[in-house]
Ligand binder design. Structure first.
Ligand code: SF4
Length: 262
């Protein structure tokens, strides 16, 4: 009999967060309010900004009990799409933290931060990372390919609101590609308003699968992937250093980069 897929995976090693256990509140297929051109899940199967219950919290706790969680330094809610789409995010964060004592972390694209219920759920996390790749609506549509009705203005407004309310560690993640390499200066204006505790620069150095498969969550070796792999053009170490310098000088923020983190 095939084992049922688990909503808990890893732990996986990350240059940004060390050894981290993954929690997937989506689990069946990929569901996200964006469809980023570089997504490691492949082309998103359901692009929606509507919240609903995907995996009941009881099931997450059963999967957690059966997992190898004890060696992890962090529990990251990410998985098969946008975790804030899950209506039980706050409850799951609370219960996982209580059961393990390990700090929790949510990777979000920020598109639902205008919703007070989403912001309340995220208050339960010890750390929140919000994506920001584009300084204007045209670049946002080109790179992040949002669900209907989702705008960069909405993301920024929700992020600023959340930033004012949240007391945990807050960082902003930026994926740089040749398509937005020249936009570092414009992004600085937004970053200076948001003032994250840290800006993390990344570039899509790993091939990404054409479509979702369960092991795509947190997995970086796709040599056995059942889907076709694509590669994207990246920015070089020198270009990343230059972007890092621009952001640091213009905003005074702490910046870390994939090239210096590995
Ligand atoms: S926000 Fe994350 S999960 Fe959603 S499409 Fe972009 S990279 Fe993929």
């Amino acid at each position: 009999m095939t084992p049922r897929p688990s909503s808990v995976y890893g732990p996986v090693d990350s240059w940004r967060f060390g050894r981290s256990l993954g929690v997937d509140l989506i689990l069946r297929g990929s569901v996200c309010s964006l469809n980023c051109v570089y997504c490691q899940l492949g082309s998103i199967q359901e692009v929606t900004a509507g919240r609903r219950l995907f995996v009941p919290t009881g099931r997450v706790m059963e999967d957690l009990a059966a997992s190898d969680w004890r060696g992890s330094g962090l529990v990251t809610f990410s998985g098969s799409g946008e975790p804030t789409l899950a209506l039980n995010l706050g409850e799951a964060l609370r219960e996982v933290r209580a059961a393990t004592g390990i700090p929790t972390h949510v990777l979000t694209n920020g598109t639902l931060l205008g919703d007070p219920a989403v912001r309340r759920d995220l208050m339960e996390a010890d750390r929140v990372s919000v994506k920001l790749d584009a300084p204007d609506e045209a670049a946002f549509r080109r790179i992040n390919r949002p669900a209907p009705g989702v705008t960069l203005a909405g993301v920024v407004e929700g992020t600023l609101r959340f930033r004012r309310e949240y007391r945990g560690h807050f960082d902003t993640q930026v994926m740089f590609m040749p398509a937005n390499r020249g936009m570092a200066g414009a992004l600085c204006d937004l970053l200076a308003q948001i003032r994250p505790d840290e800006v993390q620069l990344n570039t899509p150095r790993r091939a990404y699968p054409s479509e979702w498969f369960l092991e795509a969550r947190g997995r970086y070796d796709y040599s056995q992937a059942p889907a076709r792999l694509h590669t994207l053009r990246v920015i070089t170490r020198e270009e990343a250093d230059e972007v890092e310098r621009i952001i640091r000088e213009r905003t005074g923020l702490k910046v870390s980069s994939v090239y210096n983190g590995e």
